[in-house]
Design a protein around this ligand. Structure first.
Ligand code: LLP
Length: 404
């Protein structure tokens, strides 16, 4: 994304033309960026060629997932719906892992029927249920156990998952009990140890700690795990924070770990694959001036992009057409929804704006559209995928008649 003659351009397409042709708010994805991210991810860990399972929850557009599949990735799913979607996108079930603390019997049964690579179980009760269902189907099912390594991911508390107070995975004691329980199981193959300590992780040290815990536990268990699923969580730089995860150090830590463990590594990245691939174009409806600040009321709202309301996330916001005039006044970008948390970024200054101008919010490819809702009876936005100068509508804007 760059300015050409002051006009914001995604690959070879002017953002203003997208708004004109398809309306606003609209999610736009860059194929080039997607391919770059996938290749960079593979390159970071190429010495042990992991299985990379895209975390579908971060972006559930079937056409985008098809592109991700063509780039060689599998899928990490957390519901029957996501599993069906991954299969519809053509992902080989042998490249699909199923995570989640509350898989229902129907979800487990469907996953078994589809012969996916692994069901990553998160409790004793779930294991018993998987065993019961696989027995009734006269099958032997491959599973993983998600370990809660009690490791602080040093990220937002709302997206931390690896501490003992979090609901995810099982603690060390139960982990060993499960291994024991499954020793002679006729219907379950314990093939994987999985972990996922959180999301938007920018410090490699929590990953090093996590690996140490996993290393110690495997040695103590003396069970041979064919797979070690290290989850996702790799953070990206949002806004003006240029922090980056040190992939080199994470890679070194994994290679060190693999000296003692002959297992295939699985990753479940979401944000690092699609986060900076997407932007959201929105039009200014009104500008409400007050003494202290200007409210820039835009046609995107918290139902379209939930991250700011849910986590106080800050997405870099840019004008679609750049001018030289700066207005030194606080600008609060807000949506039309009747909630005070329906606001996006607040900036001390911005270029002088007028009603009907377009702005764009960056890095919304992950947990943008997938977290959207129809709150306030607002139809979901359209999504387009840009490849060079080609524009593909990969999801049409929802119509009110679909909602009413
Ligand atoms: N694997 C598991 C088991 C997960 O729970 C998650 C994310 C991932 C993989 C992918 O994590 P990633 O690589 O994308 O960090 N809605 C929040 C993020 C929630 C993440 C939930 N789990 C946000 O907008 O920041």
């Amino acid at each position: 994304m760059k300015y050409i003659n002051q006009k914001l351009t995604i690959e070879k397409v002017k953002a203003q033309n997208l708004a004109k042709k398809f309306g606003t708010p609209i999610y736009c994805y860059s194929y080039k960026k997607l391919r770059e991210n996938v290749n960079a991810f593979k390159k970071n860990f190429k010495s042990f060629s992991p299985l990379i399972c895209f975390a579908v929850k971060s972006n559930t557009n079937v056409n985008l997932i098809k592109e991700i599949r063509k780039l060689g990735l599998g899928a990490d799913v957390v519901s029957k719906g996501e599993l069906m979607l991954a299969i519809k996108a053509g992902i080989n079930p042998k490249k699909i892992v199923f995570s989640g603390v509350g898989k229902t019997s129907s979800e487990i049964s469907y996953a078994i029927d589809k012969k996916i690579l692994l069901i990553n179980a998160e409790s004793k009760s779930e294991i018993i249920e998987i065993e019961r269902i696989s027995k009734s189907k006269k099958k032997k099912v491959d599973i993983g156990i998600r370990l809660n390594p009690n490791t602080d991911a040093k990220t937002l508390s709302q997206i931390s998952t690896g501490k003992k107070e979090n609901k995810f995975g099982v603690d060390e004691k139960i982990f060993f009990e499960i291994i024991d329980y499954l020793k002679d199981s006729k219907n379950i193959n314990l093939k994987c140890l999985s972990v996922h300590i959180g999301s938007q992780i920018l410090d490699h040290k929590p990953y090093e700690k996590m690996l140490k815990v996993v290393d110690r536990i495997i040695k103590k268990s003396s069970h041979k795990f064919e797979f070690i699923d290290l989850g996702g969580g790799m953070g990206i730089s949002y806004g003006n924070n240029n922090k980056k995860l040190n992939y080199k150090k994470y890679n070194i830590a994994i290679k060190k770990f693999l000296i003692n463990h002959n297992s295939k590594i699985i990753f479940e990245p979401g944000r690092s694959i699609v986060g900076n691939v997407g932007s959201l174009i929105s039009k200014i409806i009104y500008i409400k001036e007050s003494n202290k600040k200007n409210f820039i009321i835009i046609d995107a709202a918290m139902n379209d992009l939930m991250r700011p309301a849910l986590y106080g996330a800050n997405h870099k916001t840019l004008p679609v057409i750049k001018t030289q005039q700066i207005l030194k006044k606080t600008h609060e970008f807000v949506g039309p929804i009747c909630e005070s948390t329906d606001k996006f970024t607040t900036l001390k200054q911005f270029q002088k704006l007028k009603e009907k101008d377009l702005i764009i919010m960056c890095d919304v490819g992950a947990y943008g559209m997938s977290l959207s809702s129809n709150y306030n009876m607002r139809p979901r936005p359209a999504e387009v995928l840009i490849k060079g100068s080609k524009i593909n509508v990969i999801k049409k804007r929802q119509k009110l008649k679909d909602l009413i």
